[in-house]
Write a protein that binds this ligand. Structure first.
Ligand code: ADP
Ligand code: MG
Length: 630
């Protein structure tokens, strides 16, 4: 029997490990199973190239709980270690790795420990939950087994062991403060979280299975059950396969495997597969998102060689795509570094732009191959696309091919198509194309109707980030301007060459102006007379596009505020259609009281159509209306 000292200079490493990685104790199991998997795959390789002369068979990894002895066992049938190898790999290499790791990260900020905890400690993470660890291992080489024992102090024992088959058994004597890891349910949960897609079958207990009856079985025969190994993982998850070998249904069933609690089907998937200049595979899914930007419970999962790492892909996937679901697997993402470093990493940047490109290509091909279907899905995916157009320049460019602009009548145009359509309709002299849009079908109904009556296209742009997108489009595209249908009355929005006839004389207009100014509250409305079509409403309330947009952008937390308008008062235009019959009537009304009643009633109706009539004013309006119809 040999005794040894691991390394005096780091006497305190075990308490340190425990404390340092406190939040992430559970990763020990993933680390040990990763080692078991590595050992099994290495043996397979050696067998393949003829360097190991053993039956490879169908090796498994077994996880076993011995509750009475308070032990957790991880057993593999991999290449094992000789006594010398235990000395070297466990005592020297693994330990120096752990020491180096702690040296490097002990000063890091606490919020980075999560990701650091994911990788780097390997075998020694066992001491986060065990007061004593044993390794019983036999190499595939013709040498006796080895038995290593260490209780967390720097001393260890290394003796000859009794094991006869090649492979390794790790025995954890679970510490008193970690007994949760002796519960079936806890271990199940961890296996399911970290090891669900690992490449070697992992056995955890047994389960009952019914054996299907043979075809010619008696019709009274009952199917028998038998006890079989409970294998917790799918060793061949869809993302490791070639896209050509997968059907649409395979992608859908993999989605359910990933998110068993998710009942809605994804809209479509994107299979990622690169091996140069970095290695990355994965499948991303577009879920139905609609207007909801904050659904974040089922997230993209990041794996490294089929081992789960995290479902926080921030920094790796461009932000606008973090709303997608699915899996990314890459050994090339450096994870033992902090988030801020990660974002600056060249390889990670390449990965992020590759993903952006693949997503854009997929969207383009969906649009090209089946536009009708793409249009149907638009409302469910537009938030992601619009957000991407705002935040990633490259994506904005690519999106020109497939970004859609739906009208209030559900026609979908690309930007180019929209421009053509509008050009045909407008004869504005300075050539600036005015794109009319509505953000709410119900609230802006009157205005939409007025525009449609004049034969204009009105877009329906109703995502929460639309004012930012519009701003962006106006900057990027030449000679266009967006105006909401209620930004002004329609004849002012789009100037057509037509001679305007006025029913009122200049004198009458003067009188009208004075009358209105005396009644309409000045601090809220700027009165403005216009000679419009006699069919257009007599009173129209509008809010200048510029002012409304500033306010919206302030509310959604961008721009605006810089202009010192945080306390901008609510100001509206009150446009009076001088050609409407009612105006003549107002002028001809004799008593001031009656005049006031008419003006207020008309003003309230205009407010009502802008959804501005509330509270006290609404009550007064209703009362007055009853008076009138009495
Ligand atoms: P890493 O896996 O990153 O190399 P670890 O600390 O997890 O670091 O493991 C250290 C070394 O111990 C491994 O590289 C391997 O040589 C050896 N080892 C650990 N577990 C096993 C095992 N189950 N079978 C064979 N060798 C193992
Ligand atoms: Mg390891």
């Amino acid at each position: 029997m040999s005794k040894g000292n691991i390394n005096v200079s780091v006497e305190n490493i075990f308490p340190l490990i425990k404390k340092f990685l406190y939040s992430d104790h559970e990763i020990f199991l993933r680390e040990l199973i990763s080692n078991a998997t590595d050992a099994t795959l290495k043996l397979k390789h050696l067998t393949n190239i003829g360097e190991a002369k053993v039956e490879y068979g169908n090796p498994q990894i077994e996880v076993k709980i011995d509750k009475d002895k308070k032990q957790l066992h991880i057993i593999d049938q991999g290449l094992g270690m000789t006594k010398e190898e235990v000395e070297k790999y466990i005592n020297q290499i693994a330990f120096s790795g752990a020491e180096e790791f702690l040296e490097k990260y002990k000063d890091e900020k606490a919020d980075d420990t999560n990701i650091i905890g994911h990788f780097g400690l390997g075998f020694y993470s066992a001491f986060m939950v065990a007061k004593k660890v044993e390794i019983i291992t036999k190499s595939f080489k013709d040498q006796p087994a080895a038995h290593w024992t260490c209780d967390g102090s720097p001393q260890y024992d290394l003796t000859e062991g009794e094991k006869t088959d090649h492979g390794t058994e790790i025995i954890l004597h679970i510490a008193d403060d970690s007994t949760e890891f002796l519960e079936d349910s806890k271990i199940s949960e961890l296996l399911n979280k970290y090891n669900k897609f690992m490449p070697i079958p992992i056995k955890f207990g047994t389960k009952e299975a019914t054996i299907p009856l043979p075809e010619d079985a008696d019709k009274d025969a009952k199917p028998e059950t038998k006890t079989i190994d409970n294998i917790i993982n799918n060793t061949n998850p869809a993302w490791t396969k070639q896209p050509a070998d997968l059907k649409d249904d395979d992608y859908k069933s993999f989605y359910r495997e990933l998110y068993p609690m998710q009942f809605e089907e994804p809209l479509f998937h994107i299979h990622l597969n690169v091996d140069y200049p970095f290695n990355l595979t994965g499948i991303l899914y577009f879920p139905r998102i609609g207007q909801d930007m904050n659904m974040q419970k089922d997230r993209i999962q990041l794996y490294q060689d089929q081992v789960f790492v995290t479902d926080n892909v921030e920094g790796i996937v461009p932000e606008f795509l973090t709303m997608l679901r699915g899996v990314i697997d890459s050994p090339d993402i450096p994870l033992n570094v902090s988030r801020s470093y990660l974002q600056a990493d060249g390889a990670v940047k390449k990965i992020s732009s590759y993903i952006t490109r693949k997503v854009a290509d997929k969207l383009k091909s969906l649009f090209k191959n089946n536009r009708e279907d793409f249009e149907k899905k638009w409302k469910d995916i537009k938030i992601i696309i619009e957000y991407g157009m705002l935040s990633e320049e490259k994506f904005f460019e690519k999106a020109q091919d497939f970004a859609l602009y739906p009208t209030v009548d559900d026609t979908h145009y690309t930007f180019e198509e929209l421009k053509e359509k509008i050009k045909a309709n407008q004869t504005d002299k300075d050539d600036k194309l005015v794109i009319l849009y509505a953000s709410n079908l119900d609230e802006q109904h009157t205005y939409i109707q007025a525009a449609k009556d004049k034969g204009y296209e009105v877009l329906l742009l109703d995502s929460p980030i639309v004012s930012h997108l519009i701003q962006k489009l106006e900057t990027e595209k030449e000679n266009i301007t967006f105006v909401r249908v209620d930004g002004d009355h329609i004849d002012n929005l789009i100037k057509k060459e037509e001679t305007k006839i006025s029913k009122l004389s200049e004198e009458e207009k003067e009188t009208l102006k004075t009358t209105l100014d005396a009644i309409v509250p000045k601090e809220k409305f700027t009165v403005q007379l216009e000679d419009m079509d006699s069919n257009a409403n007599p009173f129209i309330i509008t809010q200048p596009e510029f002012m409304r947009r500033m306010k919206e952008m302030q509310q959604s937390g961008g721009g605006g505020g810089m202009f010192g308008m945080s306390n901008m008062p609510e100001m509206y235009n009150l446009v009076i259609n001088t050609n409407h019959e009612l105006i003549g009537q107002i002028l001809n009304t004799k008593t001031q009281k009656k005049k006031e009643r008419l003006v207020n009633q008309a003003l309230d109706l205009a407010k009502l159509s802008q959804n501005l009539l509330k509270g006290e004013d609404l009550t007064a309006f209703i009362k007055r209306s009853y008076e009138i119809i009495k």
